[in-house]
Write a protein that binds this ligand. Structure first.
Ligand SMILES: O=C(CO)[C@H](O)[C@H](O)COP(=O)(O)O
Ligand SMILES: [Fe+2]
Length: 221
């Protein structure tokens, strides 16, 4: 499976609807929405009002990545605003199991994200409670950073762990520094969902940029 999720962190915020329509026409599968609070990460982006504002402008699922402290306080609000799936950071949740169930109680698939320095052990005891695990391939907070090469080993280990635990249907998402060069490596390691911000929005031909991230697409990049 190869799901491409352009991150609107790299879109033009003054014409978000237009940029989202452009990647939707270009073959994107999901729209990735980076929510940053200026505390958990050193940057500030969108809140639920922006999710609500973009919701009518696309048919694609809104994949909401919460890089915020106390995500349990905001899960219901983002769900009501139109999020189609919500991912919280393990590092931001004292009661991760409870927060994952709060997301599922909103009727949404629950995701957990791990920073590059966070071991896979952080999700070992919630594998039955997640639908997606997001392996950060950069330190969260900014677009346009360099892919951390060790991330491929982490994805490979996670795929093995999911298989051993009979949870192979859990999606593995990767986020940060994904481009035509890193996409094949990380897909081969077992990633299902590729988030890409700058690699898609820095190109005028978004369809070609999305195609370049798909299997075989790198040849035409
Ligand atoms: O979560 C994120 C950053 O914290 C973004 O989704 C990510 O950085 C995408 O940007 P790029 O593809 O340019 O690295
Ligand atoms: Fe993200």
């Amino acid at each position: 499976m190869s799901i491409i999720a352009p991150s609107i962190l790299s879109a033009d915020f003054a014409k978000l609807a237009e940029d989202i329509a452009h990647v939707e026409r270009g073959g994107a599968d999901w729209i990735h929405v980076d929510v940053m609070d200026g505390h958990f990460v050193p940057n500030l982006t969108f809140g639920p009002m922006v999710v609500q504002a973009v919701r009518p402008h696309t048919q694609l699922p809104l994949d909401v990545h919460l890089m915020i402290e106390h995500p349990e306080r905001s899960v219901a609000e983002f769900a009501q605003a139109g999020a189609d799936r919500i991912t919280v950071h393990a590092e931001a949740c004292v009661h991760l199991h409870r927060v994952l169930h709060m997301i599922r109680e909103q009727g949404l698939p629950a995701g957990v994200a791990l920073n590059p320095a966070t071991p896979l052990a952080a999700v070992e005891h919630v594998l039955d409670d997640v639908d997606l695990i997001l392996i950060m391939t950069v330190n969260p907070g900014f677009g346009g950073q360099q892919f951390i090469p060790h991330s491929a080993d982490k994805v490979r280990q996670l795929r093995r762990l999911l298989r051993e635990r009979g949870r192979d249907e859990v999606l593995i998402e990767v986020d940060g520094g994904i481009n035509a060069e890193t996409a094949p490596l990380i897909r081969a390691a077992g990633a299902d969902v590729l988030v890409a911000g700058s690699a898609v929005f820095s190109e005028t031909d978004r369809a070609a940029a999305i195609h370049a991230l798909r299997p075989g697409g790198e040849a035409s990049a």
